[in-house]
Write a protein that binds this ligand. Structure first.
Ligand code: SAH
Ligand code: SF4
Length: 354
């Protein structure tokens, strides 16, 4: 029988597994402490765990982590990892340092079914969902690589589901992984330190009532349906009206401010009519806009606006009291924009295996 990955179970699942097999539920708490809090992956070092439980774990459970098949550092310190899974598929995870934080950008699927026209990942189609352990494994494996190779104290402070894939399309596995990230006995991320980004899958947004209340980011990218449909085919089904109705239905307390991501593309969504659209769409008190200058790549005909235009766009929003930041593209020299490394590698342009 195939072993269960340790990282596929949240605390309740692990407790249940132990109780069903004649062990104490409390042992699950202790193991969360060893593996997730202390990052001790070698059972021989688990001093307060009984020999019989260790035997059970080594017989039934798999503690191995995904492999780092390639990694590269950008001039600005961003480090991109290609994380290899057991079936040979790989996804990207990116570690982004800032003054007082280290953010992990992680993937939820291999490829993506949503097919946004500006996104490299979107051109791949969906290969498959990632399992819970593969999502959790991205954090543990990339952190372990940095601890082994750079600094033993390195630890992520924040996490964003902005790598490959649409996290809400893989709702259950992303939910279990998020529960593991949040658990105080283990990794102990605060709810405000995790951001889930979605292209706007309305039925799953409504289901967010059952999801831990992490920060929410909506990939808006346009304030008018015709432009949004051109960028994001999902808008044909879940248009702006349905999207904003769904957003109104989710608990207000948890999402005091929703972040709206807005990729700025020259002459397409960077004009006065787009400002006006945003102003009529968004509730100023509950919204924040993150402007992302389009990250150009050879196969795409989209261009980013001039710096002057980007600053102008931000100023119009600020002048209208909308909280608005510009995301600087990190790691451009290692193609760290989400989705880009994997796709380049697929086409054989980068030989990552040498
Ligand atoms: N699928 C989810 C999760 C993140 S998608 C979503 O769409 O919300 C990956 C991220 O990369 C998104 O923030 C998207 O806006 C951004 N992105 C994709 N292609 C880009 C490009 N060419 N330039 C800039 N940002 C891009
Ligand atoms: Fe998928 Fe997000 Fe890329 Fe759209 S932007 S194709 S939803 S990963």
């Amino acid at each position: 029988m195939e072993k269960i990955s340790f990282y596929s179970l949240n605390l309740d699942d692990l407790r249940e597994l132990f109780v069903q097999n004649g062990f104490k539920a409390f042992s699950a708490n202790q193991l969360f402490g060893w593996v997730y809090k202390r990052r001790v992956y070698n059972p021989e070092l688990w001093t307060n765990i009984s020999k019989t439980l260790k035997e059970f774990i080594s017989e039934k459970m798999d503690l191995s982590l995904p492999k780092i098949v390639w990694q590269g550092e950008s001039k600005d310190g961003t480090r991109k990892f290609l994380v290899g899974m057991k079936d040979g598929q790989s996804v990207e995870a990116v570690a982004i340092p800032a003054k007082d934080r280290l953010t992990l950008c992680l993937s939820s699927q291999v490829g993506c079914a949503i097919g946004c026209t500006f996104c490299h990942t979107g051109t791949m189609g969906l290969k498959r969902h990632l399992s819970t352990d593969e999502i959790v494994g991205q954090l543990l494996a990339t952190e372990k690589w940095m601890r082994d190779n750079i600094d033993t104290k390195i630890q992520y402070t924040n996490m964003v589901y902005m790598g490959q894939g649409e996290p809400l399309h893989n709702y259950e596995n992303v939910k279990s992984a998020t529960e593991i990230f949040l658990n105080d006995l283990g990794l102990g991320f605060g709810q405000r330190r995790i951001t889930l980004s979605t292209s706007g899958l309305v039925p799953q947004i409504i289901k967010l009532a059952n999801f831990p209340p992490v920060n929410l980011a909506i990939s808006l990218h346009a304030a008018h349906d015709d432009v949004r449909t051109e960028l994001m085919p999902i808008n044909k089904v879940y248009d702006l009206k349905r999207l904003f109705e769904a957003l109104k239905s989710i608990p207000l307390k948890a999402y005091r401010r929703i972040t709206y991501e807005y990729i700025l593309i020259r002459d397409l969504n960077d004009q006065m009519k787009d400002i006006q659209g945003l102003l009529s769409l968004l509730d100023k008190r509950k919204s924040k806009i993150n402007l992302i200058p389009f990250n150009e790549y050879p196969e795409s005909h989209f261009k980013k606006p001039s710096d002057k235009q980007i600053m102008w766009f931000q100023k119009q929003l600020l002048d209208n009291d909308i909280v608005c930041t510009i995301r600087t593209t990190k790691g451009a020299d290692i193609l760290a924009a989400c989705g880009q490394l994997k796709s380049e590698q697929e086409k054989g342009k980068l030989n990552l295996w040498e």
